[in-house]
Design a protein around this ligand. Structure first.
Ligand SMILES: Cc1cc2nc3c(=O)[nH]c(=O)nc-3n(C[C@H](O)[C@H](O)[C@H](O)COP(=O)(O)OP(=O)(O)OC[C@H]3O[C@@H](n4cnc5c(N)ncnc54)[C@H](O)[C@@H]3O)c2cc1C
Length: 483
């Protein structure tokens, strides 16, 4: 049996706000800006020393997600605006985003993309927070919750500098991605299993044009987008590459170079199909070759995926995954250097401080959006955001005009009267989640949560007591798209 130790109790400082946002990532930053602009005193608690979250460390192109694509015969229409769009505008002004671009290779369900320079995002978002009057607590980890009768009185955090700190507020927004605050508060959570985590690699020392040529010559090119790169327009900024076609060639060359049997016959190679055991080895490295870039000799992201079979909340498994991902990064970069023209001098230019998960805890909310809702293009009487992209497209796509609604109930945590869950932790059904988890959806949810939290604080009403019409009109005033 695990031995235990009783931590001595002690007096800790209390900081008082109207709204506390836990996690300054994709959704949390937007939530904090929205709350502060709506007149609340806001604290944003972020474990790292910068904001941006998985938006900066996962895929980094916000492709297709602001705008409905034409692929399914829809009208191409932007359906996420507000603070998320303002962020892109501000980034474009400092050379930190390409703005919204369209793929050059025919109409594809994933034809739109919006590239961001992740380092510029960190500063631009911090400036937006400071301008709005948000008090940012960096290097501070939310570590507990003080809850009474389904009401959070405060959260306990661990500041690297100040140690244990208590934050009291009228309402709280869990934007940790992992559902940390919800779990501490006793909300009903599930931990999905078999999810792949990644530590995406930014690769320096590469020749983008030669890389693109190689992918094309090997039949792997699925899309190219042109846009501004290091200040020059009309450059390749995104290469869509099919995973198996290119990797089958690459993997065979790699094994041959090591004196190992290629594990794949010429005939199979020609068909671009490979035996299951080789597929498994490739899947173990799980390299993705589609890339984006805003720089001449750099691309992002090489992704080595690693499946954490029992979910992401086991400490020993987490440590193992961190190390295993670094091994795969090293092996992958060598694979590129040896086999892909344009990558001879490639090196790992950046990695994330920690692995990123595609799915942490799922938090039970008042309403759980289903895939049937999404496929039907369903809207609700309490919509707080529109969204229209599905990660499982083209197999699955949103019906109706291509948009569906995220209802307010989907971000109100069940059983706790002053807690929101926003971002990747909503939607318990896997297929539904494959839409709602996307970055631009997270940002739109954040704006709604922050706005409602501030309206409640200003009026002295509980979250569920603020009339929906007041929220809607304030969201529209803040630039959000609601039809
Ligand atoms: C490898 C990978 C590739 C992806 N590719 C794409 C893509 O191409 N397009 C797309 O749209 N989506 C993509 N996604 C999904 C998308 O990036 C995420 O679903 C989304 O960014 C999650 O946003 P979030 O606000 O929920 O969490 P995050 O953006 O992760 O924000 C959570 C923040 O909370 C902080 N935090 C966590 N715990 C605590 C705590 N206890 N105390 C204080 N702070 C805490 C974290 O440091 C982080 O800053 C990808 C995800 C991954 C992992």
């Amino acid at each position: 049996m695990m031995r235990t130790f009783t931590e001595p109790s002690k007096e800790i400082p209390v900081h008082s706000f109207d709204v506390v946002v836990a996690g300054g990532g994709t959704a949390g930053v937007i939530a904090a800006v929205a709350a502060a602009r709506t007149g609340a005193r806001v604290a944003l608690i972020e474990a790292k020393g910068y904001v941006g979250g998985t938006m900066l460390e996962g895929g980094t192109t916000l492709h297709s997600f602001f705008t409905l694509g034409r692929y399914f015969g829809r009208e191409s229409k932007q359906i996420v605006k507000g603070i998320a769009q303002e962020l892109i505008d501000r980034l474009v002004a400092v050379g930190g985003s390409t703005g919204h671009l369209i793929d050059d290779v025919g109409i594809d369900y994933d034809e739109h993309c919006t590239l961001i320079d992740v380092e510029k995002v960190k500063l631009v978002e911090a400036e937006m927070l400071l301008e709005a009057g948000v008090e940012i607590w960096f290097n501070t980890l939310v570590a507990g919750a003080d809850v009474e009768n389904g009401h959070i009185r405060g959260v306990i955090a661990q500041s690297r500098v100040e140690g244990r700190v208590y934050f009291e507020a009228q309402s709280f927004i869990d934007a940790t991605g992992w559902g940390d605050l919800s779990a501490y508060a006793g909300a009903s959570c599930t931990v999905p299993k078999e999810y792949s985590v990644a530590n995406s690699v930014g690769v320096g020392g590469v020749d983008i044009e030669r890389y693109a040529k190689y992918i094309e010559e090997n039949g792997g090119l699925t899309g190219v987008t042109y846009g501004p790169r290091d200040g020059k327009d009309g450059q390749i900024v995104r290469i869509g590459a099919s995973f198996w076609k290119v990797l089958s060639t690459l993997m065979a060359a790699h094994r041959k170079a090591k004196g190992e049997p290629a594990g794949i016959s010429e005939e199979e190679l020609a068909k671009n199909r490979i035996p299951l055991d080789v597929q498994k080895q490739m899947a173990a490295l799980a390299l993705t070759l589609g890339i984006t870039t805003m720089h001449d000799d750099y691309f992002m992201y090489l992704k080595c995926n690693y499946v954490m079979k029992d979910g992401v909340t086991d400490q020993a498994a987490m440590t193992k995954a961190e190390i295993e991902l670094r091994r795969r990064q090293a092996e992958s970069i060598e694979l590129l250097r040896k086999n892909i023209p344009g990558c001879e001098k490639a090196f790992i230019a950046r990695t994330s401080p920690t692995l990123c998960t595609r799915r942490g805890r799922t938090v039970e909310c008042e309403y759980d959006i289903t895939n049937a809702d999404i496929l039907a293009g369903r809207h609700f009487e309490d919509d707080i955001a529109f969204f229209g992209f599905h990660d499982l497209a083209p197999k699955m796509h949103v019906g109706g005009d291509g948009s569906y609604g995220i209802p307010l109930r989907a971000i109100l945590v069940k059983g706790i009267d002053n807690l929101f869950a926003v971002g990747m932790m909503i939607s318990s059904e896997y297929e539904a989640y494959m839409s709602t988890r996307n970055t631009v959806s997270c940002m739109a949810q954040g704006q709604a949560a922050g706005t409602l939290a501030a309206l409640a604080a200003k009026s002295g009403k509980p979250l569920r007591g603020v009339p929906y019409e007041s929220l809607k009109s304030r969201l529209v005033e803040g630039g959000a798209y609601l039809g």
